[in-house]
Design a protein around this ligand. Structure first.
Ligand code: ZN
Length: 177
């Protein structure tokens, strides 16, 4: 069976609508991760996530600028967004399994997955589209995501996998009230 054609590859407007959704979702999730790292007294990793959120916001702003030159971004209903394999945007899907005791390593792993999926999404649009302008933009965006992947990988060297037992909580949260 052939995989369905990505509607984000159809034309510049639809591509930009997808890119905007992807970047906004990613920024939101990164803000959440930053909040969580701050709550767990890890300002260093919190700052990294604020930076990644900032990149996504900047990217979203760029998308809006390109859109201003190409005419308005079409309105796409949430269920009409078409990513590779999930209904959630590729950069957001990976944050579902956040654990309240997660360590920087785990948070960085989520970021890695998110950036990798973002990169793959843009690359697959670039490969699939018949529109040269969509191909050019998608390649450019894929490259930016590849830079983020490299950045997160560098951070992962600093935060290797923690020892077993990282999720043992001596004082578990009270969920009875
Ligand atoms: Zn990114």
């Amino acid at each position: 069976m052939k995989t369905k054609v990505l509607n984000g590859a159809a034309n510049v407007g639809l591509f930009l609508a997808h890119a905007l959704e992807l970047e906004n979702e990613a920024a939101e999730r990164y803000e959440e991760l930053a909040d969580s790292m701050e709550a767990h007294n890890n300002p260093e990793v919190a700052k990294l996530f604020r930076d990644l959120a900032g990149y996504s916001r900047k990217h979203a702003a760029e998308v809006k600028q390109v859109a201003a030159e190409h005419g308005p971004v079409p309105k796409v209903a949430p269920w009409e967004f078409q990513w590779d394999s999930t209904t959630e945007s590729p950069e957001a899907a990976s944050f579902e399994h956040a654990h309240y005791l997660m360590k920087p390593h785990h948070a960085l792993k989520m970021a890695l997955l998110s950036e990798t999926q973002g990169n793959k999404y843009y690359a697959s649009v670039a490969a699939e589209t018949k529109d040269p302008e969509v191909a050019r933009l998608a390649r450019e965006f894929a490259e930016e995501e590849a830079e983020h992947v490299a950045l997160v990988r560098k951070w992962l060297e600093r935060y290797p996998l923690p020892k077993e037992g990282w999720d043992d909580d001596p004082d578990p949260p009270n969920i009875s009230d």
